[in-house]
Design a protein around this ligand. Structure first.
Ligand SMILES: Nc1nc2c(ncn2[C@@H]2O[C@H](COP(=O)(O)OP(=O)(O)OP(=O)(O)O)[C@@H](O)[C@H]2O)c(=O)[nH]1
Ligand SMILES: [Mg+2]
Length: 376
């Protein structure tokens, strides 16, 4: 399968980069991550609740290595963050999966206030349950752990903001650093999210294992942003995204944007495009946008839809598939208003712009992991 081949290519490149640039700096696992991992492991037994933050697009591939073989516990909750970027119907499927494995889980979008309010209520209910067994302690500490870039700091900030308002706290509003690049948080920091009883949340640096053997897991971590693009290069990551898009159904939703040979009035087309834009307008504020104008995003969707639907080759054939991706790059170059001749620089620009759109949810919702056939 072509995606598997691209995944292998990315996985191999990531591994190679980690080997050559690894602990001496540049790779994803350096002395800093090792130190963070130790500090988190030391604190873990001391906290009341552990929220293992994962990326809802990859609920398994984004698991935190340190908790992998730990038995499920009432002190641990798997939080599938960035649920706004994942396939909506899949969130419930994954919650059921975790329940079958005796794990508490919850889907959140850290940028959505209502969602965070509900999540905070859920946490408070869990805290009350835990306090029944240990009523002596007055302060509750919750630790957020997870791999880089899954949104731990964004979640900590949102919980702090909402919790502070509902507790009518007057203290200074704190702010954990949030960034689209992995590895931004360097130290453990504490933010208050509730009073009576006091609840504190600890934001921690993202930690990955020193080695990732599974090349497909590697590729998904790169695509979703847990491993820096610089290790592999944006072009091959964009190709990997296109491979996923080509084999899925998400692009079919853009059929109404396609140019119609029967001369459909342009106004109609505008009206339909607008209804998608209006929907996005409503969603704005729920996730950061990348500032690409709506009409360009519509052109990108149309270019992708038209290229895939006019492809008559064999998707199973690697050469045909690579040809399709090449054609998509050319069509995207036009949609992004870049020069027609696909120089290396132009290809890199197409790749970078395409990844931005994917990562801000403007090219559909994708859950990249599949429920395993056998219990883990
Ligand atoms: N769409 C969407 N983006 C989110 C969500 N939560 C966080 N992000 C974005 O994801 C990126 C990473 O967020 P951070 O909070 O810095 O991630 P982190 O886990 O703290 O990362 P490290 O500190 O590197 O471990 C930022 O661009 C956030 O704006 C979410 O629920 N939905
Ligand atoms: Mg952080």
């Amino acid at each position: 399968m072509a995606t598997a081949s691209l995944a292998r290519q990315i996985g191999t490149a990531v591994k190679q980069a980690a080997k050559t640039k690894g602990s001496s700096g540049g790779g994803w696992y350096g002395p800093h991550m090792a130190a963070a991992s130790r500090a988190i492991a030391e604190r873990m037994p001391l906290v009341d609740l552990v929220l293992e933050v994962r990326d809802a697009r990859i609920p398994l591939s984004s698991e935190y290595e340190h908790l992998k073989n730990c038995p499920s516990s009432s002190r641990r909750i798997i939080v599938m963050n960035k649920m706004d970027l994942a396939n909506r119907s899949q969130i419930k499927v994954w919650m059921r999966y975790f329940e079958q494995h005796s794990c508490f889980s919850y889907g959140v979008n850290s940028h959505n206030k209502e969602n965070i309010k509900e999540f905070l209520n859920f946490i408070q209910a869990r805290v009350r349950e835990l306090k029944k067994t240990n009523p002596s302690s007055h302060t509750t500490t919750i630790m957020l752990v997870g791999i880089p870039n899954v949104g731990k700091s964004a979640l900590a900030n949102s919980l702090h903001q909402i919790g502070r308002i509902s507790a009518a706290e007057k203290g200074k509003l704190k702010h954990a650093v949030v960034s689209p690049h992995p590895g931004e948080t360097k130290d453990i920091s504490s933010l208050k999210i509730g009073s009576h009883p006091n609840i504190y949340v600890l934001d921690t640096p993202g930690v990955l294992p020193p080695q990732i053997l599974d090349t497909e897991v590697c590729s998904k971590l790169v695509l979703t942003g847990s491993i820096g693009d610089y290790l592999v290069g944006e072009r091959v990551i964009a190709q990997y995204f296109l491979a996923i898009l080509n084999l899925g159904d998400e692009y079919k939703k853009w059929a109404k944007l396609a140019r119609n040979e029967n001369d459909r009035p342009l106004l109609d087309l505008r009206a339909e495009s607008l209804s998608i834009s209006e929907l996005e307008e409503k969603q704005k504020g729920q996730y950061p946008t990348d500032h690409t104008q709506d009409f360009i995003v519509n052109d990108v969707r149309r270019a992708l839809f038209e290229t895939i639907s006019s492809f008559h080759g064999n998707m199973e054939d690697e050469k045909d598939f690579a040809g399709l991706i090449e054609t998509e790059f050319a069509a995207l170059s036009e949609a992004f208003r870049l020069p027609m001749e696909l120089s290396e620089e132009a290809q890199n620009k197409v790749a970078s712009k395409l990844l931005n759109l994917y990562r801000t949810g403007r090219l559909g919702h994708y859950t990249l992991d599949r429920i395993p056939c056998h219990p883990q």
